[in-house]
Ligand binder design. Structure first.
Ligand code: PLP
Length: 285
């Protein structure tokens, strides 16, 4: 395997950044994960727009020109012979003597790109049975709209879910509303058959997969409401699912041990999963 690190393609086993990288010391960096499907990178423009926003919010410079980064991502996919999987991009504020203040002078941001294969049959098989989720108190900072590498709360929530027999954590805030998953956005289909997802204006990351699903919802005229929903409503829902670039649309069949709907993946989630790539943009080298 090959990784791109600060301007060079290097063997993955030797790929490293400096011990004083601010990503390592302060989680002072951002990232993107894009799906690779049929050797194409999915929704590159949307991912680059979100990366641009994350970088701006933290006042980190682009490490390369946008088009150059797109090229490096596609080249990393090609060099690793990934036809289905993910490409990962991480940008940090760079290497400087440890000090909380932004480094002064011309410290260049660090850039890392990796790519790895994932067998689509594994996720498809999982989608046929659905996953269990385990709730967790929302304990993250309010700027979860920025895709930073500061993921310790997500690590702890997801590990807790795993230890309770789940695949994903669902954050529940002080109002009893479900915000998002540990690494996914959350959706339900109400008893009345309306698809619901939380607005992206507060308390969640604005997922790219979420945006694609919203396009599908519009295209197919699916009954839809963008509003917060509670854990109680989710437990009473006809179906539930989560979305992310790595798993696409993944049905949820259990919340804290109790079945959702009839305990099987719902028809809306399954249809959206089947239709997913009809609404995506494909980027090839
Ligand atoms: N929410 C969180 C906290 C995430 O980490 C992710 C993806 O990793 C998502 C939502 C889904 O975003 P996307 O669809 O862009 O992968």
């Amino acid at each position: 395997r090959i990784a791109f690190v600060n301007g060079q393609y290097v063997p993955h086993k030797d790929a490293a950044v400096h011990v004083e990288d601010r990503g390592y010391q302060f989680a002072d960096g951002v990232y993107e994960v894009c799906e690779v499907w049929k050797s194409a990178i999915i929704d590159m423009p949307r991912h680059m727009d979100r990366l641009d926003r994350s970088l701006r919010e933290l006042r980190i410079d682009w490490p390369l020109h946008r088009k150059a980064l797109e090229f490096v991502m596609a080249e990393t996919v090609r060099r690793n012979r990934v036809s289905d999987g993910i490409v990962y991009v991480q940008v940090t504020r760079g290497v400087a003597r440890r000090d909380h203040f932004f480094p002064s002078g011309d410290v260049a941001p660090s850039i890392v790109v990796t790519a790895r294969s994932a067998n689509p049959k594994v996720a498809d098989k999982q989608a046929e049975t659905g996953i269990a989720v385990v709730t967790y108190p929302e304990n993250r900072w309010p700027r979860v709209d920025i895709k930073t590498v500061a993921l310790l709360p997500n690590v702890l929530a997801k590990q807790n879910a795993k230890e309770q027999g789940g695949k994903e954590a669902w954050y529940v805030d002080q109002d009893g509303n479900v915000t998002e998953g540990g690494s996914t956005n959350v959706w339900i289909v109400t008893k009345e058959g309306t698809l619901v997802t939380r607005p992206a204006e507060s308390g969640i990351l604005k997922g790219i997969t979420r945006a694609v699903v919203l396009d599908l919802v519009e295209r197919h005229g699916i009954a839809f409401e963008e509003r917060p929903f509670s854990l109680e409503e989710a437990k009473q829902a006809r179906e539930a699912f989560v979305t992310a670039a790595s798993t696409l649309v993944m049905p949820v069949v259990k919340i804290d041990g109790s079945p959702v709907g009839n305990g099987h993946p719902g028809s809306v989630a399954t249809a959206l999963r089947d239709q997913f790539h009809t609404a995506t943009d494909l980027h090839r080298l």
